[in-house]
Ligand binder design. Structure first.
Ligand code: UDX
Length: 447
């Protein structure tokens, strides 16, 4: 009999995971505590923009014409407990208000709600990003509170999906990491992931703390790479060097690699910033804070880039206050191919200039609604061209393909001044210069 799978929490991670499990051939039941989310998913609608996810979902959600019917949703914990052999916990672990540590309340309440309904053998698999040591604590909780006792086991299986590539990363992960305590758990997880493993995804079996640490250390490494290149960008600016060339040249060394060395206004989003902070907080609790003090520097280099972009803009506008200056901002999301504006460097820069009196007009291909609700006082335009109309300076802050394909000559006709600042080192500087623009990018010689 094929395994039956449940997915608790249907946000980014959970909705994608549930659809992917159905795609792999399992019967899947998803649960969320927010009725609107469940209603939407039942209609085959995805609550956020993620390429390919809606199609995947619609292929499997029961009740949708032509679907396999393998994916259903509920709000009933008893039904969930009854249904599943393997329960994936995919709820979020945001940064706690006013603290670095992460908020475990959603994970804790998911486990507490599930436990009384685990009456027979079951495997609960944590996917959320949690402080190291959580799996150990949650396993003990389950053993004590589930009627199945020790037969209600726990495993930890961190998720590495990137927004914008969530479907691909879930169906064909770079690696599958499972922290387990028994052969039975390992066997079940090998069964769940048989297809991607056959297709070549490495399967790494670890203990609990290692599995938890793999996730936070991977994110810390990625954050470090970005802040490293941004620190080099600062040096390039001080010396007249070109950080894009520098990144290319050091990237030819396989040990360094080209990826994640794009200098600019830095990282944001719902993961990297909060994960490195939660990691530092946890290291402090464990008495190992010295090991991670370097992450403070990574965080501050990152946050500094937003301020540097604001200052670069000020310089280009003549050095005075922003009052009366019209600033076009291309991009609001924290990265392209996403509608996510959480801790977005682009919106942060737009907001700072606005709060200093600049007249900011933002355009983003997918993030307008989220940006408007987070920052209603900014100006918004329906297209890049409209945002640029009348602007004294244009800021390129999220590297959407649409922006690389803009015609600088056309934009030049509507801008008040032809000055563009590339905060993502992604535009074709020569093309803009040929069209008469003064082009500046972070860490690169101006002109
Ligand atoms: C990240 C991790 O990549 C993923 O494995 C983990 O599961 C969740 O966190 P995500 O938040 O989707 O994924 O974004 P990512 O693609 O890592 O980009 C993070 C930020 O770094 C973005 O704001 C991006 O613009 C920025 N970035 C990325 C750079 O500034 N320079 C780069 O070279 C690469």
């Amino acid at each position: 009999m094929a395994l039956k799978i449940t997915v608790i929490g249907t946000g980014y991670l959970g909705a994608t995971h549930a659809a992917a499990m159905a795609e792999l051939g399992f019967e899947v039941l998803g649960l969320d505590v927010v009725p609107e989310k469940i209603d939407k998913l039942r209609r085959g609608e995805v609550p956020m923009y993620e390429p390919g996810l809606e199609e995947l979902l619609r292929r499997h959600v029961a009740g949708i014409e032509g679907s396999t019917g393998r994916l259903r949703f509920t709000m009933d914990w008893a039904e969930l407990g009854e249904f599943g052999d393997v329960h994936f916990v995919c709820v979020n672990t945001p940064q706690r208000h006013g603290e670095y540590a992460c908020d475990m309340s959603y994970v804790d309440s998911a486990i507490a709600s599930l436990a009384p309904h685990l009456k027979g053998p079951a495997l609960v698999v944590g996917k959320s990003t949690v402080p190291v040591g959580s799996a150990d604590r949650l396993a003990a909780y389950l053993a004590e509170h589930a009627p199945a006792g020790a037969d209600a086991e726990l495993a930890w299986n961190p998720e590495f999906l990137r927004e914008g590539f969530a479907v691909q990363d879930t169906l064909r992960p770079d690696r599958i990491v499972v922290g387990v305590r028994s052969e039975r758990s390992e066997k079940l997880l090998r069964e769940v992931y048989a297809t991607p493993v056959e297709e070549g995804s490495p399967f790494v079996v670890t203990d609990f703390p290692t599995a938890e640490l793999v996730k936070t250390s991977a994110n810390s490494f990625l954050a470090t790479k970005i802040s490293f290149i941004n620190a080099m960008a600062e040096l390039c600016e001080a010396t007249g060097g070109d950080v894009a060339k520098l990144a290319e040249a050091i990237g030819y060394d396989d040990r360094i690699g080209r990826k994640f060395l794009r200098a600019g206004i830095g990282f944001g989003g719902g993961c990297l910033p909060k994960d490195i902070r939660a990691f530092m907080a946890r290291a402090g609790e464990l008495g190992a804070d010295q090991a991670l003090t370097f992450l403070r520097e990574i965080d501050s280099i990152n946050m500094r880039q937003r301020g540097r972009m604001v200052e670069l803009t000020r310089q280009e506008l003549g050095g005075g206050p922003f009052l009366g200056k019209r600033v076009a901002v291309l991009g609001a999301t924290f990265k392209p191919d996403s509608d996510d504006v959480r801790d977005s460097p682009a919106l942060n820069v737009a907001g700072q200039i606005h709060l200093q009196g600049g007249q900011v007009t933002v355009y983003d291909p997918k993030g307008m609604d989220n940006a408007r609700s987070l920052f209603p006082t900014l100006g918004y335009a329906d297209s890049a061209l409209e945002a640029v109309r009348g602007a004294h300076v244009v800021l390129h802050l999220t590297e959407w393909r649409e922006f690389r394909e803009l015609d600088p000559a056309k934009l030049g006709e509507v801008a008040a001044e032809r000055v563009v600042l590339d905060g993502r080192n992604a535009l074709d500087a020569e093309a803009w210069r040929r069209a008469g623009w003064r082009f500046r990018a972070m860490g690169r010689p101006g002109a």
